[in-house]
Design a protein around this ligand. Sequence first.
Ligand code: NAD
Length: 358
Amino acid sequence: MSKKIIVLPGDGIGPEIMDEALKVLKTADAKFKLGLKYEEDCIGGSAIDKYGVPLANTTLDKCRAADAVLMGSVGGPKWDQLDSSIRPEKGLLKIRYEMELFANLRPAILYPQLAAASSLKPELVAGLDILIVRELTGGIYFGEPRGIRLLENGERQGYNTYVYAEHEIERIGRIGFEMARKRSKKICSVDKSNVLEATVLWREVLQSMAKDYPDVELTHMYVDNAAMQLVREPKQFDVIVTGNMFGDILSDIGAMLTGSIGMLPSASLDKNGKGLYEPVHGSAPDIAGKGIANPLATILSAAMMLRYTFGQGNVAEAIENAVGEVLDQGLRCADIMSEGAKQVNTTDMGDAVVAALS
Ligand code: NAD
C-alpha cells in the first residue's frame, strides 16, 4: 500500500513544530516498518512568497494524489496587508474545500498530568477525552445566497443561508457513529431544532441512521445547552457530532477545557478516509523563531494520521503513550509549564518523545 505524505510546514512556528513531528514519524517508521514517503511543499504565506498564491494548483494536485497531508500552520503579520482573497488562510480553506474534507475530528483530551492547566477545576476535567466531529464543508459558512444587500428603505441587510442536504448530514453522521462505535458507544448530536428547520432535518436524519447502529446510544442536545454542559460537566460527553458553525464554536470551548492550545491535534477527512492533519493552533507569530513552541499538537496530529488514514492504531497509540511518558517525566514547553516541572524547548520536547518511543 502506498503511504505518500505531503508535508506542508507553512508559516510562523509551522516549520519548527513540523521538524519535531517528522522526527517522531521517522522513529515510528523505523520501529514499526511503516514505509512512509514524504514530499514537502508550501502553503499559506510561504506559498505566496514562492508561487504568488496561498495554495498553488500544483501543490493541490500533489495533495490529491497523496494519501495524507500533514500541515503546520499558516498566516502571519508579513501577509496581513494583502487582499483577503489571497491571504494565507485562503490556502487552508481552499485545500479543505477542494479535497472535500467534510469531516473535522477534534479530540479534546486532557492528559491527567496537565489538569492544572485548565480554567476548570481539575476534578471536572482530569482525564477528559471528548471527540468533536464537525461538518466542515457545508452549512451556513458555505450556503447561498449570502451577502449584504440594500433594502428599499436605504438600510443595508446582511444575510446568510443555513442549508444542509440529507446526504451531507448522512455522511458526517456516519463518521460520528463509526467513531462512537470505536470508543464508548455514545454519541450526542447537537442542533437547534427548536428554531432552525435545517437542523430539524439534521435530527431526523441522525435518528433514522441510529437503526444501523443499535450498539451506539444516540442522544440529542440543543447547542446552547451543549455549550453550557461542556463547561458544567464536560466528562458526560464522548463523541459530539454537529454542523459547521456549532462545531466551530463548541470545539473552541473543548480546546479551552484542556487549557493548552499547544496540545490539540485535528484531522479533516474525505469520504475515503484520506485526510489533512494539523494542530488546532495557528502560526503563533509572537513566539516564531524563538524555538519555544510546543510541538506536541503536531506530533499528536501525526499520530491521528497513522490511525485514521493508514489504519495503524497501535503505532498511533505508541506515540500517544510516548507523549504521556514525557509528561510523566515532568517535561513541559512554556505554554503548559507549571510549578515543579522542567521547562524544555521545541527540539528537546521532540527529542524526548523520540526517546520515549524508541
Ligand atoms: P495562534 O493559535 O497562532 O496563537 C494564539 C496564542 O497561542 C499565542 O499566544 C501563541 O503564542 C500561542 N500558541 C499557539 N500555538 C502554540 C504552540 N504550539 N506552543 C506554544 N504556544 C502556542 O492564534 P492567533 O495568534 O490568533 O493567530 C496567529 C496567526 O495564525 C494568524 O495569522 C491566524 O490567521 C493564523 N491561524 C492559522 C490557523 C491554522 O493554520 N490552522 C489557525 C488559527 C490561526
